[in-house]
Ligand binder design. Structure first.
Ligand code: FAD
Length: 273
């Protein structure tokens, strides 16, 4: 439970963090809230030679109304999403999902950027951003690029981020008046989702799944069925299409497939699909 020795630098700006990444390459790791990285380091599943602490970069902590979309700084903590007046008005699903992450300590330290960059398919916020059809903004030595949420996660703990890039912002469409549902199934309050479902209805219905594969997944079969006029039960029966749920101590893959169908049905009923 004791991490390997490492050096530690506090970045005083996003540019400073990028220069440290460029200088140290694969030896360096960004530290945001530390609530995913530090457990990995304590288990010695990660042993970076240098931690670049971006946790104090206030310039990357914000929720802004940008007209067509909302812009969320990558260092915005879960608690700040939960209590954001801008999100409450224009994208309440994100506040609600942030409020279901872990416990108060986790929500006061963890950041949306860390949650998305970490690439754990059991995380709640990446699925919410996927259901919303969000976009990630990455900055590296060659400037800025945007990646749609559906292309950002490549595999378990693997993302589109290059070693010398920083996730700086998450953009989501404004969804005032939308209906949403977050079905998080766990055995104990505050646990990670065994399976989770985020549904957002704003004209069409977007549905994304937590912990049903190596990346956050859209429930493509469900969305297709709804678009074709299927009823809720028929659409929900397709919830496990294209998924590869894990088997672990919390449940078998078969159990997760069943759960996904039940939870999607509940979510669709809640949003009035
Ligand atoms: P860190 O741990 O600091 O970083 C995680 C990874 O992302 C690292 O590889 C880091 O280098 C990289 N990174 C961080 N920020 C950036 C950036 N801006 N650009 C590029 N790379 C970056 N999550 C849930 O979704 N649901 C839960 O129910 C839940 N329960 C939890 C319970 C406990 C007890 C704990 C400890 C964590 C839990 N989490 C849960 C995870 C929590 O939400 C984490 O805070 C989050 O996954 C990671 O955010 P972080 O800011 O702590 O990232």
């Amino acid at each position: 439970m004791i991490p390997a020795a490492f050096d530690y630098e506090v970045a005083d700006s996003a540019a400073h963090a990028l220069s440290l990444l460029a200088e140290h390459g694969e030896d360096a790791k960004l530290l945001a809230g530390g609530h995913s990285l530090l457990p990995l380091m304590k288990l010695r599943l990660a042993a970076p030679a240098l931690l670049v602490d971006i946790g104090r970069l206030a310039e990357l902590s914000y929720v802004r109304d940008e007209g067509e979309h909302l812009a969320i700084g990558a260092l915005t903590r879960h608690r700040d999403l939960e209590t954001s007046a801008v999100l409450a008005e224009h994208c309440p699903v994100l506040s609600h999902v942030a409020g279901q992450v872990g416990d108060p300590q986790v929500r006061h330290r963890g950041t949306i950027g860390g949650s998305i960059a970490h690439g754990d398919p059991a995380s709640d916020l990446p699925a919410a951003v996927l259901a919303l059809g969000g976009t990630m903004v990455l900055v590296g030595p060659d400037g800025e690029r945007t990646v749609p949420a559906g292309e950002f996660h490549h595999g378990f703990l693997e993302t589109a981020l290059a070693l010398d890039e920083l996730l700086v912002e998450i953009r989501v469409p404004k969804m005032a008046g939308s209906r949403y549902s977050f079905q998080k199934f766990n055995r104990r309050a505050q646990d990670w989702a065994i399976v989770g479902v985020v549904a957002v209805r704003n004209g069409t219905t977007g549905v994304a799944l937590v912990n049903m594969g190596s990346v956050p997944l859209r429930a493509a079969g469900v969305e297709e069925a709804l678009a074709g006029g299927a009823d809720v039960a028929t659409a929900a029966a397709r919830a496990d299409e294209g998924t590869e749920p894990p088997t672990d101590l919390n449940g078998s893959a078969e159990y997760r497939r069943h759960l996904a169908k039940v939870l999607v049905r509940r979510a669709l009923e809640e949003v009035g699909a």
